[in-house]
Design a protein around this ligand. Structure first.
Ligand SMILES: [Zn+2]
Length: 80
């Protein structure tokens, strides 16, 4: 998987909230946010993803994607 640095993630989270993202990108951002203390201080991950999910609901079928992101996030966090 592509590794992102914090600046890339911060830019990506913005895109995240404003437009659709490719699933691979989404996965890379999710993985970084779940593992990076610095980003965790900037973003409440649950809030970020709740926003993503809310926006996604207007544009089916991405709510399914948001659900998968949340699941992936839990998986990543469970491994720590
Ligand atoms: Zn980071």
């Amino acid at each position: 998987m592509k590794q992102l640095d914090c600046d890339e993630v911060k830019r990506s989270v913005h895109e995240y909230l404003h437009s659709a993202m490719h699933e691979q990108e989404l996965d890379a951002v999710t993985a970084h946010l779940a593992n990076c203390d610095s980003c965790e201080q900037h973003y409440d991950i649950e809030i970020v993803f709740n926003q993503v999910i809310q926006r996604s609901c207007d544009e089916a079928p991405t709510s399914e994607l948001a659900e998968r992101v949340m699941q992936r996030l839990r998986e990543i966090q469970d491994h720590d």
